[in-house]
Write a protein that binds this ligand. Structure first.
Ligand SMILES: [Zn+2]
Length: 169
């Protein structure tokens, strides 16, 4: 991610190092990755449920359920909100999400590639009543051992699935 102007005063920025920028008024800006959450639902016989992306970028590819964290929202709140938005689920419909791992990916958005920092969770569903909506076009179910990694839409999801395989298989 590249930044050109100070968000506090509008002056041009100087790139100091890595993700750190400074303007002529000595304001320091940090170009951190955008936080996202993702969750994998796993059945008792180790089938994993994935989202088929209904929107660009990478429409039609496989994704975890989840999305961008809103503002200063805690991760657990973001997971619950996304599951209600994407699948119509309430917290009683799945076991408490357990933290799995984090991964780094990128997300092309309006001619800019945003670095993202994804926190992954996993859980077991307690209902069969899923209603794909929002940016979820469909739900795909695979044996956890045989998830087609080439169909996952980003490197962070690949890392999440590999970590889940190591944990459960
Ligand atoms: Zn400034």
């Amino acid at each position: 991610m590249e930044m050109n102007f100070c968000r506090r005063c509008g002056a041009p920025l100087t790139h100091l190092q890595q993700h750190v920028y400074e303007c002529e008024n000595k304001h320091i800006l940090f170009a951190n990755a955008s936080p996202t959450v993702g969750i994998f639902f796993v059945t008792e016989d180790n089938q994993v449920l994935l989202s088929v992306r209904g929107i660009e970028p990478r429409k039609g590819m496989l994704d975890s359920f989840g999305g961008f964290v809103d503002g200063a929202e805690p991760l657990e709140v973001a997971v619950a909100r996304e599951l209600e938005e994407e699948l119509g689920l309430k917290p009683g419909d799945y076991t408490a999400p357990e933290y799995l791992t984090s991964g780094v990916g990128n997300y092309p958005y309006k001619n800019e590639v945003l670095p993202i920092l994804s926190s992954f969770f996993w859980s077991r569903l307690l209902t069969n009543n899923l209603q794909p909506q929002d940016d979820v076009a469909d739900i795909a179910t695979y044996s956890l051992a045989e998830v087609p990694l080439e169909k996952l839409h980003d490197e962070d999801i690949v890392h999440g699935i590999k970590t889940l395989q190591q944990k459960l298989l």
